[in-house]
Design a protein around this ligand. Sequence first.
Ligand SMILES: [Zn+2]
Length: 1024
Amino acid sequence: MFEGSTDKFDFTDIEGRKKMGRNDEDGGCRMSGASGFLMVLLAIAIAVGVGLIVHFAGNQKELNCNCQCGPAEGVVTMAPGFLTETCKAKAVLGNQELCGLCPERTTTPSMSTTLGMRTASTMPNTTMPPTSSPHPITDTRLPTSVKPLHYELNLRPEMYNDKPETFTFNGTVAIKVECKSPTDNITLHIATQNLTTTPTVEASDNTEVSPVVLHTTRDVTRQFLIMTLDKPLVVGNQYVIQLAFEDRLSNTVLLGMYVSTYRDEAANMTKYMTATQFEPTYARHAFPCFDEPAFKATFDIKLERQPHIISLSNMPLVSSVTMGDGYVADHFDVSVTMSTYLVAFVFGELESVKNVTENNVLFGVYTTPQNINQTAFALNLGSRLLDTFEEYFNISFALPKLDNVGLPDFVYGAMENWGLMTYREVFLLNVEGVTTTYDMEFSAEVLSHEIVHSWFGNLVSPAWWDDIWLNEGFATFLSFLGVDRVVPEWGMMDLVNLYIIQPVMDVDSVESIVPIFREAYTPDQILALFDIITYYKGCGVIRMMWFFLGPETFRKGLERYLNEKAYGNGAHDDLWASLQTQAVNDGKTDFDIKSVMDSWILQTNYPVVTVRKVNGGLYLNQSRFLLQSNNNTDFAGYSWTIPFTYTTDQKLNYDQSANNVLWMAPNTQVYATDASISKMNGWVIGNIQHYGYYRVNYEQENWNALITQLKTDYTKIHVVNRGTLISDLWALFKAGQADLVTAWDMLTYLQYETEFIPWQYASSELVYPNNMLTRRPAYGNFERFVLSLLEGRSLNVSLNDNRPTQQRSLSKLIFSLSCRYGVPECATRAKQLFNDWKNSGTLIPPDVKESVFCRAIKEGGEEEWNYMYDVYLNGPAVEQAGALASLGCTSRAWIISRYLDYILDPSKIRKQDAPRAFTSLLRNTNAFYQTFEYILAKWEFIVVDYQLDVNALNTIVSTAAAGMFTEYEMKKIENWRDEIHPDGAANLSGFDVALNRISVNMEWHNKYYERVAQWLENYVGSGP
Ligand SMILES: [Zn+2]
């Protein structure tokens, strides 16, 4: 499963993406960004609760991350799967940038968890019962006395009117089971379906009299259906359970079997589809079943539909028969043995394009008819990825076909249902003039992630959900590896660290974080496992293992594991055993995989290795890395088995392998010597290509030598290490383990840097200082500092840019920074691109469109603003959100004033867009105070007459606080809160978040402002 990524799925929403795009220099959601690191500390310290709720706006496909942030004693409310892992974790850490980009929809699924301790919650869905209690239960597993072998499933959705709230489905299921141990009851999963006939159990063996079902009971808490029989089943015999059921199709929660809605532009009407999302525990919401991953069986599926739509399932269609009532019954081939969570159906008006892969698999991409011309990328890349993974694992894809369906409404990013993968449309479709380089990379990553699950997850599934990190960590890592094999020129393996590992290392450096391997019993607990630690830290430790085993031992070990466990299940110890056998076969005997990996998956956090040069050798020490600790923090109890690597200015060896690993055992100090160290007169660098999931700290002399090297000839240091030197150093500085001057000094080498990766690390570190300095005297020097780094950069961008992707990404970043920090050429260039687009419809290169819009509005006057406003109101749907975001970029006070009035007039700005309109103005320094004062003056009207919902208000106030750092501003927010609700009855959590944020900002100013200002003065004064 690919967790929904808000930066991606809000495809046309420039503002939203700006705050969340993980390769955007604004870095709102990027974990390695400096933004809010102090805020992180404070947020953790006071256990700020953050709720994430995602809005789903039906036809408009406007899916946003919307956080409700508040001091709820560490409770995190989240809509699972709607959020990028990064986004989720960032919000957990109190990043209020993310909060409330759209109003809450009360029917969105939500769940509550705490960091480290799960608590109860309910699914606010009329079709689903509460699934948990105040005291979480642990006896949620089905009995193992019977084992399912085969399902015959018949399903019919009724969705053929214009009232989706009335849609239903009905069906029958016959489950053949085998008795494994004596029992006089059969227990399986069911959710809220009504049984429409009395269940029966029939003996398959003619010599046995079938048992009689005396009564059926439901255990609602455990979602069990218990059939009590008149006699015990005979061990070894087989029985068929017959059940008939019906239920409402969910039109609110996109889990189980649900309705998806879209606007058919050509027909000018709303249309409906039925789709499924069963992972992890929602197959039981569609049909009664043994809904645990280890209960694998075969599935014979029949789907009934009206003739004007099609149906799809995991297997190819075998026959279609018209029934007496005019419906058509589609009968699909019997599936391979698989888990219930991988079963899937889709019903709708869909069109497809297809390829046959090298190994004769029919690879299809399905969408609604209006999007079918956006499928070429997914079809071509996807089918090549399938070929690649067959070759990589040396195991054929198990099914004759693999369909990939873009769904208008989808709770996650994508889902690996075997043979019928489902995607949020934006991940599958590429639109000319809209799809950015980053979107394209991300789309490839998602396709690759789902396809590789066909082996890691589908062919071999976790024995229980606690090992879901094996599915997701491997799919995350292997998705990069797969794309790298198909399009090596993208350099995806160099991007794993930037996109995946550094973000989670920031999250993973607070005490309250969870480890990778966690117990889970209830559906809520299971859902909570799908988080950044599972996906991204999972990927990080797997990548480290890939390195220390060596790529080929790793690959052969996986092949061995998949063959040993094919069509079955595995736990992490099974995988370690397969890999260990392979390692021994390959002559690698200097490590025990289980003991190495247990230190990474069972402990929270990660180590920092401190390197000290002593007598011609290196002393290496490890300690638990935390951004903040206190007197009670346990450092001694945490230790890891670390595959340490290093090189020196004498060796410059960045192409290291398993043979170069220096193992650091837990709780031991290592002394390393080699000739290059004793000869070394410059620097040593640890963690080559950052293959290890740890940071490295050095003595001051070594940091200085590294900075000198970067400034004189940065090519002597690998591009990944150039990036992670910045992120390590800044993380160490934030943790009080490195010097401020050193951290800032390192960034000065960027004036020479020509690669995207180090630039992206650096620019994300500058986000928070930028926000803090923007209304302070030191900002002039800060601007001069950034401009000095940008001097002489080309701002040439073109629509059909065929340069390597990372060069395109760098151009995007440079263009954006240049526009923001006032490089004159950028204003000229933006204006020219804008005018060509406005006057003759020339497409703006998508990578720079956001910057161009914003700059054109900022530089322009009424004419430009009015034009953009017209695009917002009447332009193509894909341009509207971008237009809205840019309206807030204006620098004219009177236009700001008029726009503020427009926002509160629903005939001028759609009500759903009001919060975003306000927040885009609040992020514009020129509009900040005017907007804030306007909202303060009008709050009664906004709340009482305009009826802005409380979440939107929370969002606005917490956004406003991002730029505040004075007692006066704090007092204003406090007074405002007290005026709105003196008794504190309303859920004004955004105000608490805002106050926390201001106090963190104040702390930054107290602690760092003078020193940063001094550093900038020295730098600018002395010249770059
Ligand atoms: Zn996945």
